[in-house]
Ligand binder design. Structure first.
Ligand code: NAG
Ligand code: NAG
Ligand code: NAG
Length: 337
């Protein structure tokens, strides 16, 4: 954020739903309950946030709000799980160090994690249908190394932050944001932006590739109220993950590659940035999310219960895969596949 700031937006436009909240780190682990259920270790390392019903295998019939006892998100009725790959710094001597996440702009100090948004079209009247129990999806593809010029490619980007978030204006994906990892030093860190598809087929809670049951609007943007394709007619809230990578400890040019290339690489082995991706498993309690969308909730949403970030930080789960992910590593966990 801010694009424009939530406050300005409220003054100049009809209020539309835009939840923005932090979900602290639940665990950093080599599991992927969506793409590699039952596998521990999964191919690459993720940072996972949300409810503590997170597990190596997550049966879509599970009722996450009744299994979970806490959530690392600020909204306490949200037991969803959200995850992305992890960023590493590759030093000149060839070893890797995990890049931490830090609290996003205007949010209380979170124990890293992901900033999550649920957004409705900007007109303030277009209705969106909240996800149903068992719904899941992914955006992006960890194997990508080039611009595929498709919906996903348009929805993934990086912002190179100045010190103290200076110059942070415009919506994610605008204002000089790049589809590749920034090719220069970013004094205030790097924000990764992941917008999910916003049109649902109305039937399938998931699909074999975790993508085919959702789609993007065909003629225009979700924000402007563009129609969904006839194959996927239901408008769902637009989910955005912002990940604030704290690269500030790695900004010394003498540690960067001699050939002038940038030193960051995802846990997938992707040093381009095209392979950044996000995974989502819906787990809101009852109709809480639908209520928040219908009431055009923004920062303060009286219909939802909240906890402080300090309290959210206390919700964590143990690692399923015990391995060093924090030292200077000879190779990426799992080899970076
Ligand atoms: C995770 O799955 C294991 C094996 O099925 C089960 O024993 C455990 O209770 C589950 N944990 C949670 C938090 O659901
Ligand atoms: C590699 O470089 C990093 C950063 O300069 C340093 O902290 C680390 O100790 C080095 N590791 C080895 C094995 O030289
Ligand atoms: C998109 O635009 C084309 C050309 O104007 C039109 O034929 C098509 O029906 C539109 N599709 C939707 C879903 O609005």
């Amino acid at each position: 954020m801010q694009w424009p700031t939530i406050l300005t937006l409220a003054l100049i436009a009809p209020a539309h739903a835009m939840l923005r909240f932090s979900c602290s780190t639940l665990v950093t682990d080599r599991i992927d309950p969506l793409v590699n259920p039952g596998q521990a270790p999964s191919p690459h390392l993720h940072q996972l946030v949300g409810g503590n019903a997170l597990n190596t295998t997550m049966d879509p019939h599970n009722d996450l709000p009744s299994i979970a006892t806490c959530t690392s998100c600020q909204f306490t009725e949200d037991f969803s799980n959200y995850w992305t790959a992890v960023l590493f710094f590759k030093a000149r001597n060839g070893t890797y160090k995990r890049v931490p996440t830090f609290a996003n702009q205007y949010l209380e100090p979170a124990n890293g994690g992901i900033t999550v948004y649920y957004i409705a079209p900007y007109d303030g009247t277009t209705k969106v249908s909240a996800f149903q129990k068992g719904f899941r999806m992914i955006v992006g593809d960890p194997t990508r190394r080039q611009d595929m010029k498709d919906g996903d490619s348009r929805m993934l980007s990086f912002r190179c932050w100045g010190e103290g978030f200076s110059g942070d204006v415009g919506a994610p994906g605008t204002n000089g944001d790049t589809k590749v990892l920034p090719q220069k030093v970013c004094p205030g860190g790097i924000r990764a932006n992941h917008f999910f598809p916003t049109c649902w087929d109305g039937t399938n809670l998931d699909s074999p590739d975790h993508k085919s049951h959702v789609a993007y609007p065909v003629n225009g943007t979700f924000e402007s109220g563009a129609a969904c394709p006839t194959t996927h007619p239901i408008k769902i809230p637009q989910i955005l993950y912002e990940v604030a990578w704290d690269t500030r400890a790695f900004n010394n040019p003498t540690d960067w590659p001699q050939d002038g290339s940038q030193p960051f690489i995802f846990s997938t082995g992707d040093a381009t940035g095209y392979g950044t991706h996000g995974d989502y498993v819906f787990g809101w309690q009852g109709d809480a999310l639908q209520r928040a969308m219908d009431r055009n909730c923004q920062v303060n949403c009286l219909t939802l219960k909240m906890q402080s970030t300090l309290s959210a930080n206390k919700c964590t789960v143990g690692r399923k895969v015990v391995e060093d992910v924090d030292g200077w590593l000879e190779e990426l966990p799992g080899g970076g596949g």
